[in-house]
Ligand binder design. Sequence first.
Ligand code: GLP
Length: 252
Amino acid sequence: MRIVIARDYEHLSCLGAGLVGEAIVRKPDLVLGLATGVTPLGVYRKLGEMYEAGQVDFSRLTVFNLDEYYGLSPADPRSYRSYLERNLFSRVNLRPENIHLVPGQPGNVADACRNYDLAIAAAGGIDLQILGIGQNGHVGFNEPGKSLCVATHLVDLAPQTVEANARSFPDHGAVPGRAVTVGMGAIMKARRILLLAGGREKAAAVAGALWGPVTTAVPASLLQLHRHTTLIVDQAAAGLIRDCTSAAGGSG
Ligand code: GLP
């Protein structure tokens, strides 16, 4: 895994957007996996700026998002669909037919999940997957447990995840207890992964993911087995790994 320690969140966002932008320039029909959460917001803002400046064209890109709360209306501003519309889709020239969103609506979830995996496969798999990391080491909504699911699936959120995500909701009780997430299969099959982590509260998860045992108890630790992952962390999230790396700016 390549590790890049950014000075701060702004630097992390610049480096992350630079990596994604370069990948799109190299392969205009890239298949990009999108994470949500607070961490990638700066990357999406900068990608919007790169599009405005005529540096990156999104018209041939295909995107798949990573996860969605279960049972929230798509129009709900807290849904990940709304998040992506607000923070990325409205800022760039993605074609609506190239946007794929994890099904979060009640109904035949199993079929909808299977169709989502089939759509990823039909697109040729994910070229570049953007990931954040939960404080408990989750990626997407693949929560720590005795086993991990390969396919897209419905999941019960861990109490720590509900707690962490409560900031977007009026109270804990309003946070959906379930979500649909792309499984570890499509994530690990991505040809390239960009893992982003910022803030001191992520330091333990980052260290566990990098140097702990590869275990389903820390889903991000599976990324140690991935051939082409770049981790970009800010100084705060790198707090517990800095003893293990010498060069600020990159190692690994
Ligand atoms: C959330 C999302 C993840 C996200 C992670 C970190 O629960 N399901 O996709 O990467 O947790 O979020 P944040 O960047 O807001 O800390």
